[in-house]
Design a protein around this ligand. Sequence first.
Ligand code: FAD
Length: 486
Amino acid sequence: MKKIVILGAGFSSLSAANYLAQMGYKVKILEKNNLIGGRANVLKREGFTFDMGPTFYWMPDVFDKFFQDFGKKPSDYYTLTQLIPSYRIYFGSQDYIDNYADIPRMKETFEAIDPGSGQRFERFMTNAKKNYDIAIKDLVYQPGESIFELVTLDAALKLDEFVKTIRYDAKQVSSNPKIQKIIEFPILFLGATPSNTPMFYNFMNYADIGLGTWHPKGGMHQVALAMKDLAISQGVEIQTGEAALEIVIEQNLVTKVRTEKGTYDCDILLSGADYAHTEALMPEKYRQYTQNYWNQRALAPSAMLFYVGFEGKIPEMIHHSLFFDSDFEQHIAAIYTNKSWPTAPLFYTSFPSMSDDTVAPQGKEAGIFLIPIATDIDQDKSNPKDYLDEIFRRIHENTGIDLREKVIFYEYFGIRDFQNVYHSLRGNAYGLANTLLQTHILRPRLKSKKVNNMYFSGQLTVPGPGVPPAIISGNIVSQLIKKYHP
Ligand SMILES: Cc1cc2nc3c(=O)[nH]c(=O)nc-3n(C[C@H](O)[C@H](O)[C@H](O)COP(=O)(O)OP(=O)(O)OC[C@H]3O[C@@H](n4cnc5c(N)ncnc54)[C@H](O)[C@@H]3O)c2cc1C
């Protein structure tokens, strides 16, 4: 039985571990942190439970497929609820639109704002669905080994959609800025901007308005626990609190991984830890990408995150909200062009306790707040508390609710934490952006070109950022391993 060591216990590693164990490999996971789940980390304090990373459960079909591949279903492990509405977008004081996973309803909403846009939106969604089907059927489960993987008839007919951008596409639906922002929002999940993301990625709009936003009871960490339980039932060993410190390579083959606690022999090594960090654990001549290469990649943003326990309920808010009440372009420039601390940033709020009574004590509310920020910026040049105050000020301005007096405690997680806790490249929150020049074969490879038994998975490789792509990444890397090391 071939021995595989996997670094990290994020979604991509857990997914790969399950597939590889099913294929008959002996799998051991070494995870640096004390908890599994990677970015889907969890903070527990005073009876509150906060998802520290992902909070949107999108593309339920990908989770269904994963569990089905093992004769299971998500409901064997966790309870899912669809959020209705999916989320709210604020544009100013008492000025908001609720987003529903309901195309006719959203068509009516758009039509009321900009007559004529409803029908264009409907056509847009028909195309977004087509692209979703092509992406899921033909593209995202490809390993990115060759450009010919993209040469399917359906994909070839869509070539112009890889040249035009999401911004262009949104403008075809309406010139109204609110409608454009609603259409552009899902792209932010890919870590890129609407003006540099191919129009083909409008399949994310189908994920949003076609398939809906779901919530696993207890939070996203429950999904990672489910995948862990499945892995253990298949004989996978998981050691937490054990970071790989060195990857030993002899004659182009990884032979061992060293940690503080021991040395582990392996026939194959797979790393789901951040790609650049993993390569830094190897002798320089075996690294495929230079520091300069990594410095030049367009990364998904970093983030300022606040986890807040509130006294009392806050019925005026809903589970997920986006505050797009300030200048979108100025914030995007601060993230991608100027690399500066933003003034008047857009932000996201989540109150999971509004639809899940397990994540806050009775009569209290758990709040999660996120501001996307540039990678690489100096944490010491900002005061997180000022940003939390700005969030509370803007919530007050937009909704009339004063949250400040309800705060029991808050905890902060920022760019330096991403680096220390996850060994994140330049402090990225969720990997390498899916821009045109960083798609498919143009992303860091799943299989090392220099070390014959070394593989990578996760959000810096194929297909890209997000929980569903991480799960898919684990699937495709396990098939590559089977192909080259049966
Ligand atoms: C704040 C935030 C919000 C997000 N929101 C969403 C969302 O709503 N929906 C969505 O779908 N996606 C979301 N994402 C993205 C999604 O969470 C990630 O893309 C996905 O979880 C990444 O999984 P992964 O397996 O690639 O990597 P990770 O989760 O980063 O796992 C890598 C693991 O490797 C470990 N590791 C690092 N170095 C070593 C070492 N030397 N030895 C051993 N282990 C090591 C790390 O500790 C980590 O556990 C969000 C991410 C963040 C940070």
